[in-house]
Design a protein around this ligand. Sequence first.
Ligand code: PGA
Length: 249
Amino acid sequence: MRRTIVAGNWKMYKDTHEAALFVDAFLDRLGGLPAGVEIVLCPPFSALFAVGQRVRRTRVRLGAQNMHWEDCGAYTGEISPPMLVDLGVAYVILGHSERRTLFGETDDGVRRKTAAALAHGLTPIVAVGETAAERDAGLTTARVVAQTQAALEGLPAGAVAKIVMAYEPIWAIGTGRNCDPEAANEVMRAIRGAVEGLAEAPILYGGSVKPENVAAYAACGEIDGALVGGASLDPNAFAALIASAYVQR
Ligand code: PGA
């Protein structure tokens, strides 16, 4: 049985004080949230320690938003897998479209990072998604399948099953234009069929997920949770979203 996961991607928001305020308020709501949902908070690097300290003895898991694939070296400005492990990080988002489009991240880089995360016991959340132009041209499935195969190339099926995939249509991220749940479900089916081992891996939907629309995604058979940007910045909205994301399967 695949697990349900809701991950909050804070992007470049919240200093350590704001992060601590969020966690304190969110932990107050935790007791009322469904036990069947794995909750992941992905603050910026600078707040990982502060958030990690606060969630250490709770069911909330810590996630990072990116990392380098090498353990150490002359890579100014980068953070390595062992450094994340040292901070208690369990998950790492890789290949987010903002990394790909704004910072030149390539399929090959995502592949190296995915393998490195697995080698260090981190769970990669590998993000794929099409642009509006690709969707309009009917290229959605081809695009996300190609991205998925490139990211997971060379991994044995047993390792692939440990990955979390995130389908995030680029046109839906931060725009308020969320993807039709049934359409997202179809794309996820294609992702699952793209690589051996993905049948057992959770796939999250991301792109303008809100407390009001998350239930429609959770109800779809291929969708195992959500990767949430904007709505994860407010503790009450994020708690409400998690409460609506759980479906007894
Ligand atoms: P959004 O971001 O929920 O603000 O659309 C999602 C993401 O980028 O992961």
